[in-house]
Design a protein around this ligand. Structure first.
Ligand code: SF4
Ligand code: SF4
Length: 691
C-alpha cells in the first residue's frame, strides 16, 4: 500500500491531483512572469560575470543558511528557527518533486517507495518535520505573542497565513506517514525500524483499516493542498523571498561592499533615480526579495534616534509603489510604437510616466536621514542594498532638481570653490605641519609612502592633533613619507554620499592625476572615509594605489619593533568605537583592538554594540555637515552607549567619529570624566611617556 496516495480514489484521485497541481502551478507561473516583466522596467545592469563562482557561493550561503545564521546573537535566536524551516523546505521540495510529482503523479509510487533511498529519505523527513513544526510554532509565538520591536506592525493576516501553512505542513506529513505505517505501508516492510516519530504516532491510529485509510487519504490531500497553497503564496506574498532571494544573492554586486555605481556623466540622460524605472532591474529584484524581517530597521541608527528613516519601510514603500504603477507601465511598454524599437529594447520607453518618488513614495527627510553606515546592508539576510537606492534618490535631488537641505548645499558649494567641505575654516591644508619638518611631495618626492591627510585632519582643529600624532609616529619609525599639502583636494567621499556624483568625479580625477604625476604607489591615511574611497572607488576611474589605514600601519610598526610602545599611567578603562567605514565597509576590527592591547595600562571594554553590530557615530553620508535636532542626534545615542561602559577613554580611528564624540561628550557634560582620543594619539603618548 503506497503512502503517497492520490490513487486511493482511482482515476478521480489522479484527475484531482493533476487538476489542482496544474491550477496552482499556472497561477504561480503567471504571477512570476508578471513580476519579471515589472522587473525588466528597470535599467540595465551588468551582473552576469563570474557565473560559476557566484552559483557556488549562492548555494553555500543558502544551503548552509549562513544568510540567516550570520545574524545569530545570544539575544535573538530567530535565525535558528528560520534555518530549520528553510532546510525543511529544501528537503520537502525535493521529496515532492521526486516522490509525488514523478512518483504519485505517474503512478510510480510503489516502485519508488520500494527503495532503500525512499526509506532513508523518510527518516530524514521524520526529524525535519518536527524541527520545521517547532520553528513554525516558535515563529507564531514570537510574532503574535512576544512581538519583538522590529516586528511591531507586522502581525498581519499575510504573516499568519504563511506561518500557519508552515505549521500544518509537517503535521499533515507526519499524519500521512503515521497512517501509512499503521496500514502496513512500505516503510514498515523496507526496514526493521520505520521512522521513529511517525512510527510512534501510528500507535494513535487503532481503528478499522477503512477508517485509517480514510484518515490517510485526508492527510495526503490536506498536505498536498497546503503545499499548493504555499506555491501560490510564494508568488503573491513575502514568501516570494524563497525564490527572489536566491537570485538576489546570485546577482549581488561584484564590487567591494558599499561601493557605489558610477554614472557616465557624458552619456547619462538623467542622473540618479527620480522614478521607479530609474532603478536597475537588480534594484527592483531587491524589493521582491525583502522578507520584512526587520533586521535592518533594528540596527539603523537613524531609526533608533527617532529620525523619519526606517530602511525596511523604504524597501516596502518602494515595492508597494512598484506593484501599483508597474501594470500600467508594462501595458504602455508593450503597446509602445514599433518606431521606438519595440518592446523589450532600451529605447521602448513607456508612454505612461511613473510618478516622482522623492516626496511622494519616500519623503525627502527619509532620503537625507541616512548616514550610509551599512548597518542595514550588513545585516540583511538576503543582500538587499538599501544605500544604493537612497544615494540614487539623493543624486536625482541634487543633480537634477537642486533640491537639498541648506547645510548640504553649503558643504557642496564649499567643495566646489575650496575643494574641501569645511566651510568656516581659515586654516590652510599645511598649517598642522608647522614645526614638524614635514615635506610636501612638491618639495621632495623621494618617499616610501605618501601620507594622505584628508580634509578633516588637515582643517578641523581637534583633528589636526591626530595628523600631528600620526606624522610623529611615522617620523619616530624612520619612515620616509611626504604629503600632497595644498595639492591634496577632498577625496570626494562627502560629495558622492551627498549625491553629487559630478563633484565626486571631478575631485577624484584631479587627485588621481596629481598622485600619478608623483608616481605614488602606497598611501597611508587616518580617515576611514578617504581610505575606503581611495581603495575601492578610485579604481573605478583608473586610480590603483595600495592604501592602508593608519591602524594597520601602526600595528605593523609595533609588531616589527620599529616603534616601542610602553604603558600609560592611570590604569584607564578604554572603549573602542568601530568606525563604520573601517569596520563594516572594510572589515578592520582587530587591528585597532590589537593596538590598544599593545599599550600597557589600558583595560579594554566593549560597548553594547560593537564590531559588525557597531552603532554609527552619526557623521557619515554627509551628516558631518548637516544640522540635526538635538533630541535626534545619532552621536548622542552613541555617546550614551560609551558612557554606559564607565570607560574613562573612548578610542576612535576616524576623524568624523572623534569630532562626533567630542560633541557628544560636551552635550552630555562628560568631558571631565571621559576623553575621546584617536588611536594615534594614544600610541604617541605611550611612546613618549611610556615605560
Ligand atoms: S545605512 Fe545606516 S542610517 Fe542608512 S538606512 Fe542603513 S542603517 Fe540606516
Ligand atoms: S531589507 Fe533585508 S533586513 Fe530589511 S526587512 Fe527586508 S529582508 Fe529584512
Amino acid at each position: 500500500m503506497s503512502q503517497l496516495a492520490p490513487h486511493n480514489w482511482g482515476v478521480l484521485g489522479y484527475a484531482l491531483f493533476w487538476g489542482a497541481t496544474l491550477l496552482a502551478g499556472g497561477i504561480f507561473f503567471r504571477r512570476i512572469r508578471q513580476l519579471v516583466s515589472y522587473m525588466l522596467l528597470g535599467r540595465k545592469e551588468e551582473s552576469f560575470r563570474q557565473v560559476v563562482s557566484r552559483a557556488f557561493s549562492t548555494l553555500v550561503i543558502v544551503l548552509s543558511q549562513w544568510c540567516q545564521l550570520k545574524n545569530l546573537t545570544s539575544r535573538d535566536r530567530a535565525a535558528i528557527g528560520h534555518a530549520f524551516m528553510a532546510w525543511g523546505f529544501f528537503t520537502f521540495s525535493s521529496f515532492y518533486f521526486l516522490f509525488i510529482i514523478i512518483g504519485a503523479g505517474f503512478g510510480l509510487s510503489e516502485t519508488l517507495e520500494d527503495t532503500k533511498f525512499f526509506f532513508y529519505y523518510a527518516w530524514v523527513m521524520d526529524f525535519l518535520a518536527v524541527l520545521v513544526f517547532t520553528g513554525a510554532s516558535w515563529g507564531l509565538i514570537r510574532r503574535f505573542i512576544i512581538r519583538p520591536a522590529r516586528l511591531k506592525g507586522e502581525q498581519t493576516a499575510e504573516a499568519l497565513v504563511i506561518l500557519l501553512s508552515v505549521f500544518f505542513h509537517p503535521l499533515t506529513h507526519l499524519g500521512k506517514e503515521a497512517t501509512g505505517i499503521a496500514l502496513g505501508g512500505t516503510l514498515t516492510t523496507l526496514g526493521n525500524s520505520p521512522p521513529p516519530i511517525s512510527a510512534a504516532l501510528s500507535n494513535l491510529f487503532t481503528g478499522s483499516a477503512a477508517s485509517i485509510e480514510a484518515a490517510s487519504t485526508a492527510f495526503f490531500w490536506t498536505h498536498w493542498l497546503t503545499v499548493l497553497l504555499v506555491l501560490v503564496l510564494i508568488a503573491y506574498s513575502r514568501y516570494l523571498h524563497m525564490i527572489a532571494s536566491l537570485f538576489n544573492i546570485f546577482f549581488r554586486s561584484p564590487l567591494p561592499v558599499g561601493v557605489l555605481r558610477t554614472i557616465n556623466l557624458e552619456t547619462a540622460e538623467s542622473f540618479g533615480a527620480s522614478k521607479i524605472t530609474d532603478f536597475t532591474w537588480k534594484q527592483i529584484l531587491d524589493l521582491y526579495s525583502c522578507v520584512v524581517c526587520g533586521n535592518c530597521q533594528e540596527r539603523c541608527p537613524a531609526t533608533a534616534s527617532g529620525k523619519p528613516l526606517n530602511p525596511k519601510k523604504v524597501i516596502q514603500d518602494l515595492k508597494r509603489h512598484l506593484l501599483e504603477v508597474a501594470p500600467e507601465l508594462v501595458k504602455a511598454k508593450v503597446s509602445a510604437p514599433a518606431a521606438t524599437g519595440g518592446p523589450g529594447t532600451p529605447e521602448a520607453a513607456p508612454a505612461a510616466e511613473p510618478q516622482y518618488m522623492a516626496g511622494t513614495v519616500v519623503t525627502e527627510d527619509e532620503i537625507w536621514a541616512c548616514t550610509t553606515c551599512r548597518a542595514c546592508d550588513n545585516v540583511c539576510p538576503i543582500w538587499v542594498d538599501h544605500i544604493d537606492k537612497i544615494i540614487d534618490m539623493r543624486r536625482n535631488l541634487v543633480m537634477e532638481r537642486s533640491q537639498m537641505p541648506e547645510p548640504v548645499q553649503q558643504a557642496l558649494q564649499c567643495l566646489a570653490t575650496r575643494e574641501h567641505p569645511w566651510r568656516g575654516t581659515t586654516a590652510s591644508r599645511t598649517d598642522w605641519t608647522k614645526g614638524l619638518g614635514i615635506k610636501t611631495l612638491a618639495e621632495d618626492s623621494n618617499i616610501d609612502i605618501m601620507y594622505w591627510v584628508g580634509c578633516t585632519a588637515a582643517l578641523e582643529e581637534r583633528n589636526m592633533k591626530v595628523a600631528q600624532a600620526t606624522a610623529k609616529i611615522l617620523q619616530a619609525a624612520g619612515i620616509k613619507f611626504g604629503i600632497l599639502g595644498m595639492q591634496e583636494v577632498c577625496c570626494g567621499d562627502p560629495a558622492r554620499r551627498m549625491g553629487d556624483e559630478y563633484q565626486f568625479q571631478t575631485l577624484c580625477q584631479k587627485n588621481i592625476e596629481t598622485m600619478k604625476s608623483y608616481n605614488i604607489k602606497k598611501i597611508v591615511t587616518t580617515c576611514p572615509h578617504c581610505f575606503n574611497t581611495l581603495s575601492h572607488e578610485y579604481p573605478q576611474f583608473g586610480g590603483n594605489f595600495e592604501v592602508v589605514h593608519h591602524t594597520q600601519f601602526i600595528l605593523d610598526l609595533i609588531n616589527s619593533g620599529r616603534i616601542k610602545v610602553g604603558s600609560l599611567d592611570g590604569n584607564k578603562v578604554v572603549a573602542y568605537h568601530d568606525s563604520c567605514y573601517l569596520g563594516r565597509y572594510n572589515n578592520i576590527y582587530q587591528q585597532p583592538r590589537k593596538i590598544l592591547k599593545a599599550i600597557g595600562g589600558l583595560k579594554t571594554v566593549e560597548m553594547s554594540r560593537s564590531k559588525s553590530n557597531g552603532f554609527c557615530c552619526g557623521g557619515g553620508g554627509g551628516h558631518m555637515w548637516m544640522e540635526e535636532e538635538p533630541a535626534k542626534r545619532v552621536n548622542i545615542k552613541r555617546t550614551e552607549q560609551a558612557l554606559e561602559t564607565k570607560a574613562g577613554l573612548v578610542a576612535t580611528a576616524c576623524p568624523y567619529c572623534l569630532a562626533m564624540f567630542e560633541d557628544g561628550l560636551k552635550t552630555k557634560g562628560a568631558t571631565e570624566a571621559v576623553q575621546a582620543k584617536d588611536l594615534s594619539e594614544l600610541v604617541l603618548q605611550a611612546m613618549v611617556t611610556g615605560k
